[in-house]
Ligand binder design. Structure first.
Ligand SMILES: CC(C)(COP(=O)(O)OP(=O)(O)OC[C@H]1O[C@@H](n2cnc3c(N)ncnc32)[C@H](O)[C@@H]1OP(=O)(O)O)[C@@H](O)C(=O)NCCC(=O)NCCS
Length: 416
């Protein structure tokens, strides 16, 4: 049976809603909810629909969200992949894989240089060239474990007006570009990050000049049975150490209301250093003889380069000594990415040319999944070689390569 892949249309929304409802059954989500999601979802609407059709009927659908993702000082145009749904009678014959592969072409044509997603199964997407990138350390902490700072705490105010909301968005916009993996947000994506429902609260930290310096969004988990309730930190961003202290101090002040705070820290936040008792609640996780568990490692986001040369040219590199590498890439889905490429890293930029002409310092060979993880800062070139996911003919070239690709470790607050 031949399948045609094409952009979706508003006039077929009923058939697409049916596919989504069979793929993500949820008593809280009726056809009207899905119709709104498909046509006006938080990360993209009808323009992002990508459909597989057989004999005139949609049998597969997903969304290819047009997004901008901050990596290496550049806002890359990326395709966010979500809501992948295959008709229950059309599974396990390669349809999802083919739909996504055709989706890569569509995304490349509209100018996307990479793609991001959250997997239902990691192995499925690594087979399509995606690599894991993004780590958070999840802590359950009694509030009094957070360090208090009365002076910093006095600078906080509740997000309650349109101006407060604008201030929160401004902090995010300034902070996201200095992290790796965060997305530019528009009106729609802010609606999902900050729903403004009574179970959410936002706190802004204001500087001396009246400018916002940080914010935290928390969720009151009062929906849980009394003994299991906690305060959940959904996201936080700070532009100054004082705002970081203010957010921790706020969380230290809620002990009369909440027994526990669920906090997800960036691995380089060194959050554990804040805690006098960095220990998960007893029996939450097994220990290791005298070792106790401190946090749970969360993973999720996956990333894939769609255009190796365009993505490399867009990002910055840490300035160091100039280095030229013969980059050999294997890409089973997008053969245009297959190497060799001549990658010259100089003056904080990466320059890419096709072919092997000219002298080079080392030959580095890997597949697109590993290159994507290196690009995102999830692993270094040296770690990739150590794990036998890449080869290099001159080990002494590795330190310069490691430096050039260095970015803050990736994570993202966006979920799609
Ligand atoms: C998850 C889902 C999208 C997969 O769709 P699918 O079309 O069955 O996926 P594919 O056929 O491309 O691949 C699935 C597996 O079937 C295997 N497969 C492909 N063709 C096959 C064939 N002819 N015979 C047997 N198995 C086959 C693939 O190898 C793959 O297994 P692998 O990952 O171990 O290699 C689909 O089951 C679905 O809609 N599930 C519910 C919604 C969901 O979870 N969506 C994803 C979250 S965004």
């Amino acid at each position: 049976m031949s399948t045609v892949f094409r952009p979706g249309r508003a006039d077929e929304v009923a058939a697409l809603v049916e596919l989504e409802m069979h793929s993500f059954p949820n008593p809280g989500r009726d056809a009207a909810w899905w119709e709104d999601f498909v046509l006006r979802g938080p990360h993209g609407g009808v323009e992002s629909l990508w459909v597989g059709e057989e004999e005139g009927r949609p049998v597969a659908v997903c969304q290819l969200y047009p997004k901008l993702q901050w990596i290496g000082g550049a806002a890359l145009p990326v395709m966010g992949l979500g809501a992948v749904a295959i008709s229950p009678t059309r599974r396990r014959r390669g349809l999802a894989g083919r739909m996504i592969q055709e989706g890569f072409r569509h995304a490349l044509e509209r100018g996307d240089v990479a793609s991001s997603l959250y997997p239902f199964r990691v192995a499925f997407y690594s087979g399509l060239g995606y690599g894991l990138g993004g780590t958070a350390h999840q802590y359950h902490v009694p509030p009094d474990q957070f360090p208090d700072d009365r002076e910093a705490r006095d600078r906080l105010r509740l997000v309650s007006t349109a101006q407060d909301e604008a201030a929160m968005r401004a902090v995010y916009a300034r902070g996201a570009r200095h992290e790796t993996g965060q997305f530019e947000r528009d009106e729609r994506s802010w609606r999902s990050a900050w729903p403004g429902t009574p179970d959410h609260a936002g706190m802004l930290c204001m500087g001396d000049d009246g400018q916002p310096e940080g914010y935290v969004i928390v969720r009151y988990r009062a929906d849980l049975p009394l003994t299991q309730r906690y305060l959940e930190v959904e996201e936080r961003m700070w532009l100054t150490p004082r705002a970081q202290r203010a957010i921790y101090a706020f969380l230290s002040s809620v002990a009369d209301q909440w027994r526990e705070v669920l906090y997800r820290a960036h691995p380089d936040e060194l959050f554990v250093e804040q805690l006098s008792e960095p220990r998960l609640p007893l029996l939450a996780e097994p220990g290791w003889r005298l070792w106790f568990p401190s946090a749970v490692v969360l993973r999720g986001p996956m990333f894939r380069l769609l255009s190796v040369p365009a993505a490399l040219e867009m990002r910055s590199a840490i300035p160091g000594g100039a280095i030229t590498v013969m980059l050999e890439v294997q890409d089973a889905q997008i053969p245009e990415n297959d190497g060799p490429w001549r990658l010259r890293i100089e003056d904080g930029r990466m320059h890419v040319e096709r072919g092997t002409a000219g002298a080079y310092d080392a030959r580095f060979s890997t597949n697109v999944e590993t290159l994507s993880r290196i690009y995102l800062g999830a692993i270094t070139p040296g770690q990739a070689v150590g794990a036998e996911r890449a080869t290099i003919d001159r080990l002494d070239a590795l330190p310069a390569l490691n430096t050039a690709f260095r970015v803050p470790r990736p994570w993202t607050f966006e979920r799609f």
